[in-house]
Write a protein that binds this ligand. Structure first.
Ligand code: ADP
Ligand code: MG
Length: 701
C-alpha cells in the first residue's frame, strides 16, 4: 500500500489520539486507508425539505427545517430522556433522545434554526422523531438546498465524541482533499475498465464519499464493489488453479471387485445425477492431481451411496478411506447403514468418535495404522494427530457446513500424497454464493430426487389448531406411521430450552398415553449412549413419536417416519426448517410437515412460513433465505471472506459477482502466473495485499 495511506488515522487533522483510539476500537479504523474504506452505508437525497404538516409518518427518513424550542429532560424508569420541540410554519413535533444526552444537550440551542433529519413516527397523538440527526442552519445558508449526501455507520461512543455520520463525513472529506489520485493507484487491467466503462479507482473513491449526481455515484459504487469481488475471486480461482496444477493426487485406475459388487447389490437404480457425480469423481481420480470436490444435493437426494461407491473405488486401488460426520448420532447411523450395505463384501469398516476411549480406541488406531481397517467412519475425532492411516486415499466430509477449511486441510496431511477430498452438503446455497463459499472446490450437483418420492406437504398451524394437529398425528399413527416433534434449541438459555422440550414431552405423553402410544425423547443433555438407544428404538418402530431438539436436524434416516411437527417454527431459520423437513419423505408414503407457531408473527417469520408451505425446493428456499438474512448469516460463509466485504452485498450484487468471477477466470486462464505486461499492476497489488492476508500470491506467480 502507498505509504501515505498507511498513516495512522490519529494524524489526520481533527482526529488526535483520543478519537483515534475510539475509531480503532469501535470501527476498526487504524489508517487513512481504513477511513477511506469506511464507506457510506446509504445515501439520502437531501434536495427536498418537508414541512412538519406534510411529513409522512413511518415511511422514510426525511429532512425538515425549523426552530428548536423548549428543550427539556424528563426522568424515566432508567435514566432520563431529552425532548425538544421542533416548530416550522406548518406546526410542531417532538424530537426525542434516549442516549447520548450529554453530547446532544450541548448541541441543542433553543430558538435556533436547524435542519433535522430522521424518520417521523407517531406517539400520543403527535408526530415525533427519535434520535434525529440535527444541524444548525446558518442564516446565510437558510435557503441552501443540500444535495445527495452519504450516511456513515457510527456508534454511541463515537457520537459522544462528535463522530456521528456528519463528523465522519467531515473527516473523510478532509482526507480526500489531502491525498492525490496517485495515492489510490489503478490495479485493474485497462481492458476491464474499458469493458465496463468504470471510473478510475481514485475517482470512484472521491465520488462515493462526495457524490455529485446519482449516475456518477452508481458507477462509483459498481466499480468499488467490483474491486472487492474481483479481488476475492482472484484469490479463490487462483488458489484452485494453483492446486490443480501443483498438488499431485492418487490415481485410481482400477475398477475392481468391491465397487462392482456394491453397485450390483444396490436395491435401486442410481439417478442420472448420482451417476454423473460418480463419473466426476472417477475423472478427477484419474487426473493425477488431488481432487477437491463438492457434492451439493438436497436432503434425500442420495449422497451417501455416491460417497460409498467412491470409497469402494479407493479400496479397489489399494487405499483406505474415511468419512467424517458432524455429530455422533450421524456417524453412528452412517456406520450402521454402511456396515449393512457392505455386509457381504470383504471390507473392514470401523467407527471412531469422541466417546470411544481406552482400549477400544487403541485397538482401532493400531488396526488403522496397520492397514487392517479399510473404511473409518467418525466425527471430528478423526482429525486428531493420533489417528494415523497406513495409506489414506479418499476422504468424505458429510454435511460440510459444519467444518471449516482448516479442518479439511488437517485431513490432507494424513498421507504424504494428499488424499482426494469429497465434501457433501445438504444445505443448498444460491449459485452465486456457492461461487464464493465453495469457489475453490469443483462442484457436482445432485439435482434430482430418487423416483417415486411424493413431495412433502407442508402446513402452517397457529397455536389454536393444536388439537387438530394432535388429531392428525393420531390418524397417521393409526395408519402405521411415525412422527417427529421437534423443539427449537436456542443456545442462549439451555435450561429454558430444556424446559420447553420437557413440557412439550409431557403434554405429548398426556395426549398420546401408554399403552396405546409410545413416545421417545432425545435431547442434548442425554448421554450419547442413551440418545443412541432412543434413536434405535424409534428407528426400529418401537415408539410412535420422537420428541427431540434439533439433534436430529442433520442426516437422520427413518423411512417410516412420515410426519414432522416443528414447534415454535418461527424461531427457526429457513435452512434449518428445510433440513428438519428433510427428515421425512424418505419412504413411499405421503409425508407431512406441520409448522406450529404462535399467533403473532413478524413479517420475516411470515415469509419463512409461507416459503416453506409453497416449495420443497432447497435452492429456491436458499434464495429467499439469502434475501432475508444477508450472506453473512448463511452457514458456511463465515470462513469464506464474504464477511469481510465492505461494500458488495451478495444478495443484491449477484450480477457484479458473476462478472468479477468471469474476469478473474479469464485472466488466470490466459495468464496463470500474471506475467503479461498488462497484468503487472494487478500482480503487484495482489502481492502487496496478500502479505497482509497471508494468502501467498508470490507462490503462484
Ligand atoms: P442424503 O442425500 O440426504 O444424504 P441419503 O443418502 O441419506 O440422502 O439417501 C436417502 C435415502 O434414499 C436412503 O434411504 C437411500 O438408500 C435412498 N436412495 C439413495 N439413492 C437412491 C436411488 N437412486 N433410488 C432410490 N432410493 C435411493
Ligand atoms: Mg446425508
Amino acid at each position: 500500500m502507498n505509504s501515505k495511506l498507511k498513516t495512522p488515522v490519529e494524524y489526520l487533522k481533527g482526529v488526535g489520539p483520543q478519537r483515534a483510539e475510539l475509531l480503532n476500537k469501535e470501527l476498526g479504523i487504524f489508517t487513512f486507508k481504513d477511513l477511506l474504506d469506511h464507506f457510506p452505508f446509504r445515501f439520502v437525497d437531501r434536495s427536498k425539505i418537508y414541512t412538519i404538516a406534510e411529513a409522512p409518518v413511518n415511511e422514510a427518513a426525511i429532512q425538515l427545517k425549523g426552530y428548536i424550542r423548549n428543550v427539556r429532560t424528563i426522568p424515566q424508569k432508567r435514566g432520563q430522556r431529552m425532548v425538544a420541540t421542533l416548530e416550522d410554519e406548518s406546526g410542531q413535533m417532538e424530537l426525542l433522545w434516549f442516549r447520548g444526552l450529554h453530547w446532544i444537550s450541548k448541541y441543542l440551542l433553543p430558538n435556533t434554526l436547524y435542519i433535522v433529519f430522521g424518520k417521523p413516527g407517531f406517539f400520543n397523538g403527535k408526530k415525533n422523531i427519535v434520535h434525529p440527526e440535527i444541524e444548525i442552519l446558518k442564516e446565510q445558508q437558510a435557503d441552501l438546498k443540500l444535495g445527495f449526501s452519504p450516511v456513515y455507520n457510527s456508534t454511541e461512543k463515537l457520537k459522544n465524541r462528535g463522530l456521528d455520520s456528519k463528523g465522519i463525513q467531515k473527516l473523510t472529506a478532509h482526507l480526500l482533499s489531502e491525498i492525490k489520485d496517485s495515492d489510490l493507484p489503478e490495479f485493474l487491467p485497462q481492458s476491464i475498465i474499458n469493458k465496463y466503462r468504470f471510473p478510475l479507482r481514485a475517482k470512484a473513491y472521491r465520488e462515493i464519499h462526495k457524490p455529485g449526481n446519482p449516475r456518477a455515484l452508481k458507477m462509483a459504487q459498481a466499480r468499488l464493489k467490483f474491486d472487492e469481488l474481483f479481488l476475492l475471486q482472484m484469490k479463490i480461482v487462483g488458489s484452485r488453479q494453483y492446486r490443480k496444477v501443483n498438488i499431485p493426487g492418487q490415481v485410481f485406475d482400477q475398477v475392481g471387485t468391491n465397487f462392482n459388487a456394491l453397485y450390483k447389490s444396490l436395491p435401486f437404480k442410481l439417478t442420472k445425477a448420482q451417476e454423473n457425480a460418480i463419473r466426476d469423481v472417477r475423472k478427477d481420480s484419474l487426473s493425477g492431481k488431488q481432487m477437491n470436490r463438492l457434492i451439493q444435493g438436497d436432503v434425500g437426494s442420495g449422497k451417501t451411496v455416491v460417497a460409498l461407491l467412491c470409497m469402494m473405488l479407493a479400496l479397489d486401488n489399494g487405499f483406505q478411506s474415511c468419512m467424517m460426520a458432524p455429530t455422533e448420532i450421524l456417524a453412528q447411523q452412517h456406520f450402521k447403514g454402511i456396515s449393512e450395505q457392505l455386509e457381504k463384501l470383504p471390507v473392514k469398516v470401523a467407527i471412531l468418535t469422541g466417546s470411544i476411549k481406552g482400549k477400544e480406541r487403541k485397538q482401532i488406531l493400531t488396526a488403522l495404522s496397520a492397514g487392517e481397517i479399510d473404511l473409518l467412519i467418525g466425527t471430528h475425532a478423526l482429525l486428531e494427530g493420533s489417528v494415523v492411516f497406513k495409506n489414506l486415499g479418499f476422504v468424505v466430509i458429510d454435511e460440510q457446513h459444519r467444518f471449516g477449511v482448516a479442518q479439511r486441510a488437517k485431513l490432507w496431511k494424513k498421507n504424504t500424497k494428499p488424499p482426494h477430498i469429497l465434501v457433501m452438503t445438504a444445505t443448498p446455497i444460491p449459485r452465486t454464493l456457492a461461487m464464493t463459499v465453495y469457489g475453490d472446490l469443483d462442484t457436482s450437483l445432485i439435482d434430482e430426487l430418487p423416483p417415486g418420492r411424493k413431495p412433502i406437504q407442508t402446513l402452517h398451524y397457529f397455536e389454536n389448531k393444536r388439537l387438530k394437529m394432535h388429531g392428525f398425528m393420531r390418524k397417521q399413527i393409526e395408519l402405521g406411521r411415525q412422527v417427529y416433534v421437534v423443539f427449537p434449541l436456542i443456545n442462549e438459555s439451555e435450561t429454558l430450552d430444556y424446559k420447553d422440550l420437557m413440557d412439550g414431552y409431557e403434554s405429548i405423553s398426556r395426549a398420546f398415553p401408554m399403552p396405546e402410544f409410545h413416545v421417545s425423547v432425545v435431547h442434548g443433555q442425554m448421554k450419547p449412549q442413551d440418545k443412541e438407544m432412543e434413536m434405535q428404538r424409534f428407528a426400529a418402530g418401537k415408539t410412535h413419536i420422537m420428541v427431540a431438539t434439533t439433534v436430529i436436524e442433520v442426516g437422520v434416516n427413518v423411512p417410516n417416519a412420515s410426519v414432522m411437527v416443528i414447534e415454535s417454527a418461527e424461531r427457526f431459520g429457513l435452512s434449518q426448517l428445510h433440513q428438519l423437513r428433510g427428515r421425512v419423505g424418505r419412504g413411499a408414503d405421503q409425508s407431512y410437515c406441520i409448522l406450529m407457531t404462535g399467533p403473532k408473527l413478524s413479517n420475516e417469520a411470515r415469509i419463512r412460513m409461507d416459503t416453506m408451505v409453497r416449495t420443497n425446493n432447497g435452492f429456491e428456499i436458499s434464495e429467499v433465505d439469502l434475501k432475508l438474512r444477508g450472506p453473512g448469516d448463511i452457514e458456511g460463509t463465515q470462513q469464506s471472506g464474504i464477511t469481510q466485504l465492505k461494500l458488495a452485498d451478495l444478495s443484491k450484487d449477484q450480477k457484479i459477482l458473476q462478472e468479477a468471477r468471469i474476469c478473474a477466470e479469464e485472466i488466470l486462464d490466459n495468464d496463470a502466473r500474471l506475467e503479461k505486461p498488462e497484468h503487472q499492476v494487478l500482480l503487484k497489488y495482489l502481492i502487496v495485499h496478500s502479505k497482509q492476508e497471508k494468502t501467498n500470491w508470490s507462490l503462484i506467480s
